[in-house]
Write a protein that binds this ligand. Structure first.
Ligand code: MG
Length: 344
């Protein structure tokens, strides 16, 4: 398989601040895998939370070749995925990019979009939430007005101004909110805040405590009036049995778990443990977002808005209609280059 790649910087519509830090641009990598006359596209959006950064990915990609038995037949996608996951050079987001590109090629060979290949009903797409990152109350109110087309807001918390943010949102709208603390609270603070949020039409709380505080999360879950969803506590299917008792659901992201194949394993493992499932993302382009969206008919909550947070997405794929993502009907992931207006 021939691997080509490109590093790109995407510009954020607003500076994106969460409990861990702030940024106004984000680096992402597009990979192209070619076999014979077909090419598949994938994307890696590195996350510093999981030990990645753009320079590291660039260093790895410069020396990466994909050869050996699993890579000669794209229909051996499970063996390819196994080989990628066993390759100690690769990080989760790079595995994700390559796995997405493989599925993109496979879909093109068969001539079907991925959701059809997997037997999924596109009529079962949950409504997607739109993320409001941490900011001053005035900016929050402006962002809430901009988010008018979305029926559900995902709100970032955990930097100390939590109640001011919620009050700013509630001054504008009574839409349901989903709250993400990104590990920003301690045990007692979390319980107090969750009890307060429960009275303000919040649906659930994502990762209230640091990932290494599993005992505290058990304690919190016994008392929390809202469901708790694991994000930083749950990277791959292997984490699910260990954390299942401390959370009500998990947030699956392609960049954390290493691609569509592992995301599918996570979905089935989570269901076997009675957990609800959210499908989330990093700040990503339409490539990774559209790839993930093909799995959305299998999940309960969708938070696939990373591509909407940037101004210069070089691709187009999923579209939005009445708050719901609409999957493209083209084979594979179904993305295509977007023709951006020329500057000036
Ligand atoms: Mg999260």
């Amino acid at each position: 398989m021939i691997l080509e790649w490109k590093r790109t910087s995407l510009t954020l519509r607003h500076p994106f601040t969460i409990a861990r830090g702030s940024k106004s641009t984000t680096d992402t990598f597009f990979v192209k895998l070619s076999t014979n006359d077909l090419a598949g596209i994938g994307e890696a959006a590195p996350s510093t939370r999981y030990g990645e950064n753009a320079d590291l990915l660039e260093k790895i990609l410069k020396f990466l070749t994909l050869d050996g038995a699993p890579f000669t037949d794209i229909f051996h996608i499970e063996s390819i995925d196994e080989a990628l996951r066993a390759d100690s050079r690769l990080t989760p987001s790079l595995c994700a990019a390559l796995n997405i590109a493989c599925w993109d090629i496979l879909g093109q060979i068969i001539g079907q979009p991925l959701y059809r290949l997997w037997g999924l009903d596109p009529g079962r797409m949950p409504v997607t939430s739109f993320t409001i990152a941490i900011d001053t109350p005035d900016v929050i109110r402006r962002k809430v007005r901009e988010a008018e087309p979305y029926h559900i807001l995902k709100v970032k918390q955990g930097l100390g101004n939590d109640r001011a943010i919620i009050e700013a949102i509630r001054a504008e709208t009574d839409k349901p909110i989903r709250v993400d603390a990104n590990e920003g609270w301690d045990r007692d603070e979390a319980l107090t805040q969750i009890e307060w949020l429960a009275e303000r039409n919040a649906e659930y709380v994502e990762q209230p405590l640091p990932a290494d505080r599993l005992d505290d999360t058990h304690w919190l879950r016994e008392r929390s009036p809202l469901p708790l969803i694991a994000d930083e506590s749950c990277l791959t299917s292997g984490d699910i049995p260990r954390i299942a008792g401390a959370f009500d659901g998990i947030n699956i992201k392609l960049m954390k778990c290493g691609g569509l194949s592992e995301a599918m394993r996570m979905i089935h493992t989570a269901r076997a443990h009675g957990l609800s499932i959210m499908l989330g993302c990093m700040v990503e382009s339409s490539v990774a977002i559209t790839a993930a969206a093909h799995l959305a008919p299998l999940v309960d909550y969708v938070d696939l808005d990373g591509h909407l947070l940037v101004t210069d997405d070089p691709y187009e794929g999923v579209t939005l209609e009445d708050g719901r993502l609409i999957l493209p009907d083209r084979p594979g992931i179904g993305i295509r280059p977007r023709h951006l207006p020329l500057p000036g």
